[in-house]
Design a protein around this ligand. Sequence first.
Ligand code: ADP
Length: 396
Amino acid sequence: MSKTLSVNAGSSSLKWQLYEMPEEKVIAKGMFERIGLKDSIVTVKFNGEKEEKIYDVHNHVEAVEHLLADFKRLNILSDLTEITGVGHRVVAGGELFKKSTLVTPEVLQQVKDLSSLAPLHNPANAQGIEAFMKLLPDATSVVVFDTAFHTTMPEKAFRYPLPNKYYDEFQVRKYGAHGTSHMYVAQEAAKLLGKPIEETKIITCHIGNGASITAVKGGKSVDTSMGFTPLGGIMMGTRSGDLDPSVFPYLMAHDSSLKTAQDVVDMMNKQSGLTGISELSSDMRDIRDARKEGNPKAMLAFDMYCDRIQKYIGQYLAVLNGADAIVFTAGIGENAEYMREGVLEGLSWFGIDLDKEKNSTYGTVEISKENSRVKVFVIPTDEELVIARDVEALKK
Ligand code: ADP
């Protein structure tokens, strides 16, 4: 018996989950928010209780120091050596990392070198790795990449039709994201279908604040909606998703508040999507409430949101030449039955027949009618568990 920690370090946050392995039992979980700012928020959930404290956490090393102290103070662990493995989510693995990998000084450097592909994420991920390696030097450290699952995409799907030199010299291509989640729910869906995953065609829709859709054939990603960065693909909470790139210079020429290319990218990342259209919120629950009150901007935001998901499902039905199942997961995918209905309603011609009654239930559930040619499932994602499993596998 040993304990494994799954870690997801963001630029100002650090989420963690402690597992008893190989039982896959969650012992405790929690997060640090507002790292580096005043009044950081530190939450620990253990034994059915939640503790929340507010104090200043200046950096990731300090966060890890507090976490390890909390493990002892709250009797979550009697000795820190019980933690034998730490798995870290890393956003960008580029073309270098096709699967989860043990951390060595060289691997850590490569994670840092890939920061140009994920400037907000990889440096924070690297800080998390370094903090744990310093304070738990005997634990096995593993990196689990968001992009790894998508490295099976064929070249025709991952290349952009730009001059070759931009791929050859600058590695501009589609990398995708949320790979751990797409892989997990595709595997769970294959179990529900009662088929070996090698024989399945599944469209996975990870619809959270960030959102992406993947075509999974035989358990492998063959195409995904996010692109070079997580800005591409469907409309999201605050991100635009796909656009005609000509919008970019046009806006710079006409809106004096957009002075640099980075200003435009920031606007497309942070002020667009549901937020941009509803002028209200990036949170689907707020959009739902405003729609009910007849707010026209919220109604348009919702309709556009469903429209983009529907179109990608249509694309991937073509890419896969039909599908055995469509899966919805993540915050909105798991909880917003009205979004699932808005997306699936117009797809009956494809053999997708939603059961509205089943669609209003929660947890792992089949929401299509019994005779629906394409099954539709809601499957709660569990990226932390995949990370813990990968640590276990690499420890042996
Ligand atoms: P991320 O990991 O990308 O931050 P999540 O998968 O946790 O995102 O999803 C967060 C989003 O899920 C929220 O912004 C909100 O829009 C949506 N969400 C969460 N709970 C619900 C709910 N009960 N009903 C509808 N939407 C929800």
